[in-house]
Design a binder for this molecule. Structure first.
Ligand code: PMV
Length: 309
């Protein structure tokens, strides 16, 4: 996808992958994550209300065409963001090359792009506040990681309490593969919460995931890909213990590892969505193996400030 060349890349609300630490981040632990080189940007943003018009939001790639007055989840989020921006009217058309509902932060990218469209002169903090008002409609109690990364475009450590700490490391090439199975972040977060209440092994898994994230930070800073891959594999194991992995994701991970990935895991909430695979120098081979097995896949540069051609 080619974005408007006159528009600075900072105006693209990016998607993201979580490298390590999903679910643990909900409980205040650090997660390692990075923005990917796909996202959502503004095509049209009109805030002067023509006589008789009502607010409208369109994203043709995601088959979204809603007002701000229905019970459609996107409509509810749009209405919440207009309210947070203190606006009566907006006509917004967005463009996207990010797969929707695949655990790649599409709802946050949507919310950030809407916030930037309806409040183009607002501060960073105000954009985050407006976007989070929308995110809260999609996910009951989001940690905030998706919105923060969508805005920053970097690789970073994220904590609920302190937000993003960007990491000074080169862009990381990863293979992303989509299971095609839709999932709900809120449902998976609730499932983990119930497990933790009943089962001490689940609480231990959360602690282990937190430790893996901390180790992953050092591996990233040292560009130690073998270690990072091994930590990703261990994290996948722990996510399996939490009950958020599913047979299709496990199969995809097996394919990725067998075709050369040193690390592969689900990314995001699980229960469907996507996997990521770290395969330095072998990305094409891993991507082809996943595609031949029928899974839509692409190679992305995580934390790269420029977008793909
Ligand atoms: O929405 P997803 O699939 O990218 O998952 C977000 C990561 C979780 O840790 C599971 C939830 C959260 O709010 O951080």
């Amino acid at each position: 996808m080619t974005y408007d060349s006159h528009r600075p890349t900072s105006n693209i609300a990016k998607g993201k992958v979580i490298l390590l630490g999903e679910h643990a981040v909900v409980y205040g632990h650090p997660a390692l994550a990075g923005a990917i080189d796909r996202g959502v940007c503004t095509k049209i943003a009109e805030r002067t209300q023509p006589e008789g018009s009502t607010s409208r939001l369109r994203v043709s790639e995601w088959k979204i065409d809603v007002g701000a007055d229905s019970q459609h989840p996107v409509s509810l989020a749009f209405a919440a963001m207009l309210k947070a921006a203190d606006l009566q009217y907006a006509d917004v058309e967005l463009r996207s090359d990010l797969p929707a509902a695949a655990g790649l932060g599409s709802s946050a990218a949507l919310c950030v792009a809407i916030a930037r469209s309806v409040a183009p002169d607002a501060s960073h903090q105000t954009i985050a506040t407006i976007a989070n008002a929308g995110e809260a409609c999609f996910h009951e109690n989001p940690s905030g990681i998706d919105v923060a990364l969508s805005m920053s475009g970097q690789i970073a450590e994220y904590r609920k309490e302190s937000g993003l700490s960007p990491l000074d490391c080169p862009p990381l090439p990863l293979v992303v593969a989509l299971s095609g199975i839709p999932r709900s972040t809120a449902k998976m977060v609730n499932l983990v919460r119930e497990r933790i209440a009943k089962d001490t092994c689940a609480s231990a898994a959360i602690e282990d995931i937190a430790d893996l994230s901390a180790e992953g930070r050092d591996a990233l800073l040292k560009s130690d890909w073998e270690l990072l891959g091994s930590l990703m594999n261990q994290c996948q194991d722990k996510l399996g213990h939490l009950g958020v992995s599913i047979p299709t994701l496990e199969r995809m991970i097996r394919i990725a590892r067998k075709s050369g990935a040193s690390g592969a895991k689900l990314t995001g909430a699980g229960g469907g969505g996507s996997i990521i695979a770290l395969a330095p120098g072998r990305e094409q081979k891993v991507m082809r193996a996943l595609q031949e097995a029928g899974f839509e896949s692409f190679i992305t540069q995580v934390g790269q400030s420029e977008l793909r051609d």
